[in-house]
Design a protein around this ligand. Sequence first.
Ligand SMILES: Cc1cc2nc3c(=O)[nH]c(=O)nc-3n(C[C@H](O)[C@H](O)[C@H](O)COP(=O)(O)O)c2cc1C
Length: 508
Amino acid sequence: MDDLRQVAQSVIQWGALTLLFALAVGVVMIVVVYFIDKTQTAQTIRRNYPVVGRFRYLFEHLGEFFRQYFFAMDREELPFNRAERSWVYKAAKKVDTTIAFGSTRPLNLEGDAIFLNSAFPTLSEDVAEPQPVTVGEGSCNKPYTTKSIINISGMSYGAISSPAIRALSNGAREAGIWMNTGEGGLSAYHLEGGCDIVYQIGTAKYGVRTEDGELCDEKLRKISEHEQVRMFEIKMSQGAKPGKGGILPGIKVTEEISRIRGIPAGADSISPNGHKDIKSVSDLLDMIHRIREVTGKPVGFKMVVGQLDFFDYLFTEVHRRGMQSAPDFITLDSADGGTGAAPQPLMDYMGMPLQESLPLVINSLHTYGLRERVRVICSGKLITPGKVAWALAMGADFVTSARGFMFALGCIQALQCNRNTCPTGITTHDGNLQRGLVPKDKAVRVENFANKIVYGVGLIAHSCGVTQPRKLQRIHVRIIENGGRSVSLAEIHPVPEVKAQYISVADI
Ligand SMILES: Cc1cc2nc3c(=O)[nH]c(=O)nc-3n(C[C@H](O)[C@H](O)[C@H](O)COP(=O)(O)O)c2cc1C
C-alpha cells in the first residue's frame, strides 16, 4: 500500500515538475516571440500587438477553410471585399497573385464590367510601355508629363500619420508616380522621398492661407518653388462628403500639424463647406488663372459630380474666355470615395458614383471640344487592375487611389480613421501605434502595389489585343445588364460628336 502511495506521489511530483517545466518553456517562448514580433519590421500588426497579433494571420489562414460555415464570402464585405483586399495585400508583398480553382466574381451582376478578349492577343514582343501624357501643355510655363497610370490620391498629413506619408512618398518615387498632399498642406514628409507632388488647395487653404483664411500668393509661390510640386489641385468637393469641409478632430491637431496648416493646435480643424472666394464658374476659372499665373504650373480641380448643369456652364464660360482659360485637369471623385471622417448622411447619400459621372464628364468634354485640352483623373475604389482598366477604357487619363495605397501600407479596414486608434499606424498620431509602420519596409509595398496594378492592366490590355493600357477603349468593355446579358460600353455611352465652336448652354 505504501509502495503504491509512493509511486502515486512520485507520479504527481513528476507530473507537477513536467507541467512547471512546460509552463516555464511556454513563458520563455512567449517572451522570445514577443521580442521577435516587437523588433521585426515587416508586419505592423505583429509589431504593435506582439504575440496576440499572430492570431490574425492564423485566423486569416483558417478563414479560408471556415468561411463557408461562419464568415461572409469573398465578395460580401464592404467597403472593400476580401477578394479585392487580398489581391492588394499580395500585390504589395510581391507574392504570387494567381488564384486557383475558379473566380469568385459572379459574372451576372448588373452593372459589372467584363472585357472582350481579342482572337489575336498582343504578343510579348509587341507589348509597349504606357504612353506618357502631358498636363497643361500650352497653358503654363511648366507643363507636367508622366507615364504614370495609378497615383496616390489626396490624404492630408493629419488625417494620415508621418510614417505613412514617408512610406508613400518613398514608394511613389520608386514607382514613378505622383502623390497628392490632400488639403492639409505640404510637410517635410511629403518631400522626403523625392516623388512628384500634386499640391491640393482645400476650402481652408491650409498651408497657403493668410491669417484670415484668404489665399496668400506669396505662400503659394514658395510652395511652387519646390521642383517636386508639379501641379495644383483646387478641392471643390470630395466623394465622401460633398458640401462639407475637411474635419480633423482636435486630438489629431498636433503642434507640427498646426504649424503646417496655419491653425491652432488641439482644436478641431474644420474647413468651410466651400471656397469663400469661389461661388460661380467664373470665380473658379479666375482662381485657376490666378494660381497658374503665380505658380507657372498646371492647375485643375477635384470634385464629386452632382448637379450636371455645372459642366455646361463651366465649359461654355471656357469657350467665351478661350481654350487657355480651361482647367488643365479635372479630378472626378466617386460618391463612394473614402475619408478620414465624414457625416454618414453625406457619405451614404450625396453625389454620383464614378460609374455614372466619368462617362458623363468625358462625353461633355468631347461635346465642347475640350477633351484634348483637359485631362481627366478619377478615383473611387479603383484598387484592382480590372477597375483601373475600366476607367482607362472609359477615357480617363489617370487613376488615383487613397485606400488602395492604405491597404498597401497594411490597413486592415478597421474603420477607425476618425479615432486616432488605427491599429496599423496609418491614421493615428499615437506613437505606440505608429511604431508598427516602418516607412522603409512599407515604401517597398507601395511601389510593388503600383507596379502590379500597371502590370495587371497591361495583362487586360494585351488580352484585348492592344499594345498598352492607354489604348483600351469603350469597345473593349461590355456591361452586364439585368438578366446577365451584356451590352457594349460604346453602345451605352457613345462618344458624342465634337462641337468645337462656341456653344452656349441653350444650344445643348
Ligand atoms: C484617410 C483619408 C483621407 C483623405 N483626405 C482627403 C483630402 O485631404 N482631400 C481629398 O480631396 N480627398 C481626401 N480623401 C479622399 C481620397 O483622396 C479619394 O478621393 C477617395 O478616398 C476615393 O479613392 P479610394 O476609393 O481609392 O480611396 C481622403 C481619403 C481617406 C481614406
